[in-house]
Design a protein around this ligand. Structure first.
Ligand code: ZN
Length: 326
């Protein structure tokens, strides 16, 4: 399929392609309540390729959203390697680079790498991308540098210096005009759009200024957590929300389960949770329920979480992985 096309008043679209980027195993008790204390599920850590074509210049812009799991676990910091042991069995192949190659793309074809949030299973191997610009949500750089510290569980370890400072920009905080976060590389023009509400989403950024692709602020899971809302079809109108780790189990979205909390003997007096803010995460999920129920401009909205194993299995059968498309 041709990437985004905008002609004769037809709404512009982007093409979205699922990318295999490794898998990990999640113990149910850390994610949902009530949980089966023994249950563990091996799930993918999905990445996505988004392609947009400018109708007047035919220029194609390619974004990779998330990089999945690093192909060498030994290349993570010792703390993250220890945490990764709790997520075994874990697979690292194919990674983003070899998945992109299946459709003939190289790292040099990727203009932007946007990271939903800076947890290890979404950051992959940034050094594979030698010229792409990296974009993260507000607060993500302070997590990486260690300026912000979280104590909500052993998953909250970060690697300083993992993103190239000369090619990494941070989106502004939608709640604050003058963010005092770690200075970053100047934002590319398309990411300098103002945050604006779009239907039930309070803060979205229309990055191609044609309504085909929005960065969506999705607070709760981790500071700077962002999603991508992509219009993939104009007739019938259809959107996909790439929802990162806003939710790890579809039963939370449907209301059959609650978000889990737990205690860890290494972190006394702390209630651990997979989300940095349960209240914010609940609010973000509620917005998704509303959008899924009401649609957008009369179009359907498909919500895809980074670790949705059932979605991935079905989509693999349906050819929605690159070089196929959603
Ligand atoms: Zn994750």
């Amino acid at each position: 399929m041709d990437p985004g096309v905008q002609n004769h008043g037809v709404p512009a679209t982007v093409s979205v392609h699922a990318i295999s980027a490794g898998s990990l195993t999640l113990p149910e008790r850390f994610f949902v309540h009530p949980a089966d204390p023994e249950a563990r599920k091996t799930v993918p850590s999905l990445s996505f390729l988004i392609q947009h074509m400018n109708p007047s210049t035919s220029k194609i812009t390619r974004i990779v959203f998330d990089l999945g799991i690093r192909r060498q676990i030994s290349a993570y910091s010792p703390e993250i390697q220890a945490h990764a042991q709790t997520r075994q069995p874990l697979t690292t192949a194919p990674d983003v680079i070899s998945s992109l190659a299946k459709g003939g793309l190289k790292e040099s074809d990727i203009d932007y790498v946007l990271i939903s949030h800076v947890h290890w299973d979404h950051l992959g191997m940034p050094s594979d991308f030698k010229a792409s610009k990296f974009g993260v949500g507000a607060g993500a750089l302070d997590l990486l540098s260690g300026r912000t510290k979280l104590t909500n569980g052993s998953h909250s370890y970060f690697e300083a210096g993992i993103l190239p400072p000369s090619r990494t920009f941070e989106l502004p905080d939608p709640l604050q005009n003058d963010s005092e976060s770690t200075p970053s590389y100047p934002r590319p023009e398309m990411f300098c759009e103002a945050w604006k509400p779009f239907h039930a989403f309070p803060d979205t950024m229309d990055i191609f200024s044609d309504g085909s692709c929005y960065v969506v602020s999705a607070p709760g899971h981790l500071p700077g957590h962002i999603n991508m809302l992509c219009r993939i079809s104009s007739h019938p109108l259809k959107y996909v929300l790439l929802a990162g780790d806003a939710c790890h189990d579809i039963r939370i979205l449907t209301g059959e389960r609650d978000i889990a909390t737990w205690s860890d003997e290494r972190l006394p007096h702390v209630t651990c949770c997979i989300h940095a803010s349960v209240q914010e995460a609940e609010k973000t999920i509620e917005t998704m329920r509303k959008v899924q129920r009401d649609g957008l401009d009369g179009g359907e909205v498909e919500i895809v979480f980074a670790h949705d194993v059932d979605w991935a299995a079905k989509s693999l059968k349906e050819g929605r992985f690159w070089p196929g498309h959603l």
